[in-house]
Design a binder for this molecule. Structure first.
Ligand SMILES: Nc1ncnc2c1ncn2[C@@H]1O[C@H](COP(=O)(O)OP(=O)(O)OP(=O)(O)O)[C@@H](O)[C@H]1O
Ligand SMILES: [Mg+2]
Length: 503
């Protein structure tokens, strides 16, 4: 194929960026054609976000060149980039919660008449953008009143509002519902038509190949490959990303569910708000029980109620035939429960502290020896286990967790809970934002854990994953149990049908 004459809207050439002890980017190239979606792929810590931060002037590259519309540029900050039509939707949302939607969109460039803020114009302009994008959001609504997924849509609207020529989406769909993802894809197609170049970062293989025209793969800060998306399949792409054969995305099943129930939940009702309603189910020893459901089916509320993070109204929880209270998280942990929450990144992280602290903090009594002293050696050993088993990419245990890539931060928090001595582990979307190689490790850990006679509750919105690793799947709709099916005998269609059941 003749590529010499092709016009690129954006070229990043031989970009190098180092941090103390880490060569985060080593001569990386990225060439984005106008009117296309360019997938930027790589494992957690490969350097994707860092490359984008170099584009936006959040980091200054050590060397390398950036050309935008054929001219050499180096933006000094994201605002300047935005003014030139280069915009970004970040992996971590960084909106100010107490201001309105429209103020958020126009922040730094609020329309004024003289020195007076032109509120009406701002409202009208925002409304027009939303109408264009088919978004039903009130521009005057406060950011804090909106769900995470709607906030993400606003970020996207903001990116689009700047008449962008290049839009970067760093894991945009991680918290979107299926309908919203479709909506986002429609917006992306519209942007393509306008000649915009879109850089798309995601760990979801199916999604990537569906939406992208070109693919660039990075590994360990190195530039590995660029090519057309329609010239490759998922397996080839995975091999490029992880740098080794990964023929099966799911490990062999090694756990065998027993007939005996480990956990029995009967007529469980949450107390406040839209929550779990009259849920009855059991989890067997040695079993991985998946929970499927659409956004809003209250899967998270269900496990949080079991774990004591939310108040119960009525119903019983039995473990090993004994009724237990689990009135708060401490009690649940003492009763042998562990919960890995969905918003790991927001909740559990002590950003300024190191990996060792972040891995061991939930579990300090594990490290007190018989003299009441802290057993540092054991902490170091456990932290090493977390780093090795979950493939945390870092140069040292003493690295601040805040310096790790998004996905690697999540792995550490997950490791923290894996270290806790438990018999019932509940995981809420554990592989969201995690790369394909580490996903495999997580599946393996889950099955090993169950194979010991423990039980796992695994919430996921990714159907292949649920079908790949669970023994049974409980489908929820509107806070209620819509059905429980045997994984080996069910199908995607059956599960979707159950999740759409009106209860
Ligand atoms: N401010 C920093 N200080 C030190 N190291 C950093 C800093 N920012 C990033 N790194 C390191 O650079 C490497 C690349 O990180 P980056 O965030 O770009 O990864 P990523 O590809 O976006 O991963 P993910 O898929 O997990 O988001 C990682 O090893 C990370 O620890
Ligand atoms: Mg990242």
């Amino acid at each position: 194929m003749e590529r010499k004459d092709e016009q690129y809207i954006l070229q990043m050439k031989n970009i190098v960026k180092t941090f103390p002890g880490v060569r985060a980017l080593d001569q990386v190239n990225l060439n984005v054609r106008p009117g296309t979606v360019h997938a930027l792929m790589g494992e957690n810590g490969a350097g994707k976000s860092t490359l984008m931060k170099c584009l936006f002037g959040i980091y200054v590259p050590d060397s390398g060149e950036i050309e935008f519309k054929g001219e050499k540029v180096q933006f000094t900050n994201p605002k300047q980039a935005l003014d030139h039509g280069v915009s970004m939707v970040h992996q971590e949302l960084n909106q100010v919660p107490e201001i309105s939607v429209m103020e958020n969109i126009w922040m730094g460039r609020i329309p004024k008449t003289g020195i007076i803020v032109d509120d009406t114009r701002m409202y009208e302009d925002t409304k027009k953008i939303f109408e264009n994008l088919d978004l039903q959001i009130d521009p005057r609504e406060k950011i804090s009143h909106l769900s995470v997924s709607r906030r993400q849509m606003i970020e996207i609207a903001k990116a689009v509002s700047a008449e962008a020529k290049v839009v970067v989406l760093d894991e945009p769909t991680s918290s979107l519902t299926e309908t919203e993802v479709k909506h986002l894809f429609r917006i992306i197609k519209q942007l393509k038509k306008q000649g915009c170049g879109i850089i798309y970062i995601s760990h979801k293989m199916e999604e990537i190949l569906e939406i992208s025209d070109d693919v660039t793969v990075m590994r360990d800060g190195q530039y590995i490959y660029s090519g057309r998306a329609n010239e490759m399949n998922t397996d080839q792409l995975i091999a490029l990303i992880v740098g080794r054969e990964l023929t099966n995305r799911f490990p062999e099943k090694i756990n065998v569910p027993q007939t005996k129930a480990l956990l029995k939940v009967e007529h469980l009702n949450g107390l406040y708000g839209p929550t779990v309603t009259d849920a009855t189910f059991e989890l067997r020893k040695g079993e991985v029980l998946g929970i499927s459901g659409l956004m809003g089916s209250r899967r998270t509320e269900t496990v949080e109620t079991i774990f004591g993070l939310r108040l119960k109204d009525s119903g019983t929880i039995e473990k090993d035939g004994k009724v237990i209270g689990n009135y708060n998280a401490r009690e649940a942990i003492d009763n042998g429960f562990a919960l890995i929450t969905e918003d790991r990144r927001q909740s559990g992280i002590f950003a300024g502290l190191d990996i060792e602290f972040n891995s061991t903090i939930a579990n300090m009594n594990r490290y007190a020896n018989s003299f009441g002293m802290i057993d540092r050696k054991k902490m170091v050993k456990d932290t090493k286990w977390v780093i090795d088993r979950l493939r945390v990419k870092t140069s040292a245990q003493s690295e601040k967790i805040g310096n790790l890539s998004g996905g690697n931060q999540q792995k550490v928090i997950m490791g923290r809970w894996l270290l806790i001595d438990s018999q019932i582990m509940m995981l809420d979307e554990p592989t969201r934002g995690i790369d394909v190689g580490a996903k495999y490790e997580i599946y393996q850990l889950v099955m090993e854990y169950a194979a010991k006679g423990n039980g796992v509750i695994f919430i996921s919105s990714e159907m292949p994953e649920l079908l790949g690793i669970t023994d049974r799947i409980m489908v929820m709709s509107n806070g209620r149990v819509a059905g429980i099916v045997d994984t080996a005998a069910t199908s995607q269609e059956e599960i979707l049908k159950l999740s759409a059941k009106y209860l």
